[in-house]
Design a protein around this ligand. Structure first.
Ligand SMILES: Nc1nc2c(ncn2[C@@H]2O[C@H](COP(=O)(O)OP(=O)(O)O)[C@@H](O)[C@H]2O)c(=O)[nH]1
Ligand SMILES: [Mg+2]
Length: 291
């Protein structure tokens, strides 16, 4: 029996549903999802294996212009993901039209198969679906174009079949039980970041980064201490909230999701610290796991 295996790089603008798609296919909440743009900062691999195949997805940060050193890091994560890709999965959504942009140019010239996934098909009205399929097929003639709803699971089986047909014959790269290349510590920090994105407004979530400072596994409970870094004192006060109520809510919501993810009881302690202008300082970015 032949074995197929390869890397699929998921790229696209912020908020089109890249992380939702990868989680839906892999069946685990590996990548955090929020209604806000630019939530995903790193490349995160999600792996799905069967007896005769292994697909390694790379979820990437959304394509954007760099305003911060952090953004440059995010774009290098996209490029790195494309370098080892066997297939590019370019994700877009119903409301996005192909513009004459760098990305379209790259997709038309790249020498690996391209799948254009038009997401959020559940929101379509009338003949929007057919029209969307047509404009993207015209913009990238060599691509296979498919409409899906990552949220509702619509057409994901069909998408899997398209990927499997394009996948090269190769042995598995990762142990078959592995779901991601990231550590539990990383995913825990990401879950906390997701709750920050859900609980605070405007610039606050973007000014934040999280690292797990210690992780102790006891028999019945994992004890986790995480640090939340913000850029300024005023942001720290907002994160804490009146009488610490805001941070408490973040802690409770994060703990519940971490418990669900690792299927074990968790004690979670959060500490907020100021790390002045960390988003623009290479040495700080390095310390927090970027670069
Ligand atoms: N209606 C609808 N919303 C979706 C779908 N897929 C993702 N979303 C929503 O779009 C937002 C961004 O999703 P996310 O996966 O974080 O996008 P990313 O930035 O491309 O990774 C979230 O609020 C998702 O719930 C979909 O198929 N239909
Ligand atoms: Mg994402």
């Amino acid at each position: 029996m032949t074995h197929k295996s390869g890397f699929v790089s998921i790229i696209g603008k912020p908020n089109v549903g890249k992380s939702t798609l990868m989680n839906a296919i892999v069946g685990e909440r590996l990548s955090i999802i929020t209604p806000k743009a630019q939530t995903t900062r790193h490349r995160i691999r999600g792996i799905i294996s069967d007896e005769d195949f292994q697909i390694v997805f790379s979820d990437t940060p959304g394509l954007l212009q760099s305003h911060y050193k952090l953004h440059e890091f995010m774009m290098s994560a996209v490029n790195e993901s494309l370098e080892d890709a066997d297939i590019v999965l370019f994700m877009t959504e119903l409301t996005e039209k192909p513009e004459s942009s760098d990305v379209i140019e790259i997709l038309n010239n790249i020498d690996i198969p391209v799948i254009v996934v038009i997401n959020k098909a559940d929101l379509a009205k009338d003949d929007e679906l057919l029209l969307a399929e047509e404009v993207w097929s015209n913009a990238i003639p060599k691509a296979t174009v498919i409409l899906v709803s990552a949220l509702q699971g619509l057409n994901l089986g069909k998408l899997m079949q398209i990927i499997l047909d394009l996948l090269p014959e190769a042995p598995a790269f990762f142990p078959k039980e592995e779901l991601t290349d990231r550590t539990i510590r990383f995913i825990v920090a990401e879950i906390i970041r997701e709750k920050i994105f859900m609980n605070y407004k405007k610039e606050i979530p973007y000014s934040t980064t999280v690292i797990v400072d210690s992780y102790k596994e006891d028999e019945n409970i994992d004890r986790i201490h995480a640090l939340i870094f913000v850029e300024r004192e005023t942001q720290k006060a907002i994160i804490l909230g009146h009488q610490g109520r805001a941070i408490k809510k973040v802690g409770i919501e994060a703990r519940q999701d971490i418990e669900e993810f690792i299927d074990k009881q968790v004690y979670l302690e959060l500490t907020v610290k100021v790390s002045k202008d960390w988003r623009n300082k290479p040495e700080m970015l390095r310390r927090y796991g970027y670069l």
